[in-house]
Write a new protein. Structure first.
Length: 155
């Protein structure tokens, strides 16, 4: 849960500060350093999130929990979200994806990881959860574009 908390917080602050710092059309050295620190926290949260997934496998191997956990729609959706998060982080790191699309996927994925971690008794199908996830990515992208258009000066 700590990894998810760090990821949600860092992704939120990263987006808020990026929009705030970009108001004048450029990011100066100090602002860049702040963003770098937030990216470090985000990556640390991602590492903790992945390690906690391995922890579940260790608990299963030690027979503390049964295999039915791994076949629930909530678990499969959360693992899909984490894999998408890892893939998006890779693409953003090597500048293979547009930053605006990548940030919408990233922030949505972090919030979905948090929601799925909290929402333990949800009896919703995998297809519905993944559909809601994709729709929420589109909505977050549109929301971020609206906020950016209202706050950031065009070059």
């Amino acid at each position: 849960m700590a990894g998810t908390a760090l990821g949600v917080g860092a992704s939120t602050f990263l987006e808020v500060f990026y929009i705030q710092f970009s108001k004048d059309g450029k990011v100066d050295i100090f602002e860049h350093e702040v963003l770098k620190k937030l990216v470090f926290i985000l990556r640390f949260g991602l590492l903790l999130l992945v390690l906690s997934g391995f922890g579940l496998m260790v608990l299963w191997r030690l027979r503390v929990m049964g295999p039915d956990v791994f076949f629930s729609a909530r678990y499969l959706t959360k693992m899909s979200v984490v894999l998408i998060l890892l893939f998006t982080a890779f693409l953003m790191n090597f500048r293979l994806i547009n930053l605006r699309i990548g940030s919408a996927i990233s922030i949505t994925s972090w919030y979905w990881a948090m929601i799925l971690g909290i929402w333990r008794n949800a009896k919703i199908s995998l297809v519905l959860l993944m559909t809601l996830y994709v729709v929420s990515i589109a909505l977050v992208y549109l929301l971020l574009e609206f906020v950016r258009s209202k706050t950031i000066k065009s070059k």
